[in-house]
Design a protein around this ligand. Structure first.
Ligand code: C2O
Ligand code: CU
Length: 545
């Protein structure tokens, strides 16, 4: 394999969007940040130098990091933050991933401005496993722009217990596009030549919304998701949750002109969090008069659950002989996890949440409390006992049973709080069933697991029936992914083999839910040999002060 060296300098830089400017934390002066480009199985050493004002960590989303949780990055889970003026060289170990992933800050809400794409090409001498090899490749990052300082916004929201302020616009490759409230706004534009095929590497770096994306009058073909190949899906839109990445082929086969590409939110609720749009321009080369109003894609309505499902349920692993998959056909342990938005009593005179409470969120009715010493060091040094950095009694089943998707669940609004982790023996075949609930303001939850890709073997609406054998499961070509949307009135079941020893964060990738406590940690114990045990810690791992 090849070894790549990168330097990421975190620092403040000035940007102007929506007719106002601000200074914000970015990597190497860029928004979105730089790409990392490797081939399957390579390694990258990324020297992260923090020249910003506060401690930050960086996470390589979807990179499994075999035996190497040390460089995974979630703050106070696998490391303490890299303090201002300090650096940490992270070793990013690629294994079976191939396609597109991304990296982002994993501290507070810093990922709003600190993120970029990871491009993993096929091994030398191999090509993409689809008929049409792309002529060119382009990264498309869906993001958000906040006029205010994101750290202040989340600090204020935490202090008041209310919903954080929504962003001022969605962005494509850092640009708001049309329509927006600033007349001299810029758009990202992608220049194409008639007849050529482009591989769009699409990242959803949006903080709080699942998104639809499409290009006017162009069919696209989805060929990969979350760093693995899928059976090609020809479509005119995709639905992509925060955290997910998709590889999409676009052939420039329409009349040379300008066309809009656009992203709009999908929010399965009567009160969308932020229902504005963003766009970019697809610009054909050639001699023609630019249209004054190029065609705009017609994307599904913001609450169109059927449109979202119609896309999502088409996703299947490629599962070819060159790209085989290995779905556990049975499991050793099933972990059932309810996913809820809740409320906690206000710890001051009054809070901005419903009924004067503070907003909270939970898994199995436990609202996760982030510790101040990281769980990985505590585990590695066996500190858990008296220092009680964490408890290893995360419930493997919901603490109580009720009609999860029924409407009258107010008595379940208040979760317990704690830093509870789930211990798993090396090599066990695990099934996790995420059960959505209708507690509080229900919505879909893009659940993400670090350290693994897993198979989405089933989803359904209603309450998961734990007593029956899973007849409707797809155990032959389910998608192999790292982030899945759990429907608000339903459930999703995943399977994986716990063959990666370490401390792995699992959480909702909607940032406000993650900050309210919709998180837990899976600790996979070492196996019996050195090759099935965690690597030793790197020498310049940031320490907790
Ligand atoms: Cu994309 Cu825990 O992260
Ligand atoms: Cu969520």
């Amino acid at each position: 394999y090849d070894v790549h060296n990168y330097t990421f300098v975190l620092g403040n830089a000035n940007f102007e969007r929506l007719c106002s400017s601000k200074s914000m934390l970015v990597v190497n002066g860029m928004f979105p940040g730089p790409n990392i480009t490797v081939r399957k199985g390579d390694r990258a050493f990324v020297n992260v130098q923090n020249n910003g004002d506060y401690g930050v960590t960086i996470h390589w989303h979807g990179v499994k990091q075999p035996r190497n949780p040390w460089s995974d990055g979630p703050e106070n889970i696998t490391q303490c933050p890299i303090q201002p003026g300090k650096n940490f060289t992270q070793e990013v170990i690629f294994s079976t991933e191939e396609g597109t992933l991304w990296w982002h800050a994993h501290s507070d809400w810093s990922r709003a401005t600190v993120h970029g794409a990871i491009i993993i090409k096929p091994e030398n001498g191999t090509t993409y496993p689809y008929d049409q090899q792309p002529d060119e490749e382009v990264v498309i990052v869906l993001g958000e722009w906040f006029k205010g300082d994101v750290k202040e916004l989340i600090d204020n929201a935490t202090a008041t217990g209310g919903d954080p302020t929504i962003s001022d616009t969605y962005t494509i490759n850092g640009q708001p596009g049309f329509p927006n409230n600033c007349s001299n706004e810029t758009s990202y534009s992608l220049s194409v030549e008639f007849g050529k095929t482009y591989l769009l590497r699409i990242v959803n770096a949006v903080m709080n919304e699942e998104m639809f994306f499409g290009i006017a009058q162009h069919n696209i073909t989805v060929v990969g998701q979350d760093g693995s190949y899928i059976k090609p899906i020809s479509t005119d839109y995709i639905m992509i949750t925060p955290g997910q990445t998709m590889d999409v082929l676009l052939t420039a086969n329409q009349t040379p002109s300008y066309y809009y590409m656009a992203a709009t939110p999908f929010f399965d609720s009567s009160a969308p969090f932020d229902s504005s749009n963003t766009s970019a321009i697809l610009k054909y080369a050639g001699n023609y008069t630019a249209p004054s109003s190029p065609p705009y894609p017609s994307l599904p309505n913001v609450t169109d659950r059927d449109a979202a499902d119609n896309f999502t349920t088409r996703v299947r692993s490629l599962a070819s002989s060159e790209h085989p998959i290995d779905v556990p056909q049975e499991f050793d342990e099933r972990i059932v996890i309810t996913v809820s938005v809740n409320q906690l009593p206000c710890d001051q005179d009054s809070c901005d949440g419903p009924n004067g409470n503070r907003l909270a969120a939970s898994l199995n009715n436990v609202s996760f409390v982030t510790p101040t010493i990281d769980i990985l060091q505590a585990y590695y040094r066996n500190l858990s006992g008296n220092l009680s950095v964490y408890d290893d009694d995360f419930p493997g089943y919901p603490p109580f049973v009720f009609n999860y998707t029924g409407v009258s669940a107010d008595e379940y609004l208040t979760p317990s709080q704690g830093t509870k982790v789930k211990m798993i023996d090396y090599g066990k075949k695990i099934e996790v069933v995420f059960q959505g609930t209708n507690i509080g303001n229900a919505e879909n939850h893009p659940m993400h697991l670090h350290g693994f890709s897993f198979y989405l073997v089933g989803t359904g609406y209603g309450n998961f029936d734990n007593t029956t054998s899973p007849d409707g499961y797809n155990l032959s070509d389910p998608p192999e992914v790292n982030t899945i949307g759990v429907p608000k009135d339903g459930w999703a079941a995943i399977r994986f083999v716990a063959d990666n020893p370490g401390v792995w964060f699992m959480h909702c990738h909607l940032e406000r839910h993650a900050s309210w406590g919709m998180d837990t940690v899976l600790i996979v114990r070492n196996g019996t040999t050195a090759e099935t045990s965690m690597l030793p810690p790197p020498r310049n791992l940031p320490t907790c002060t």
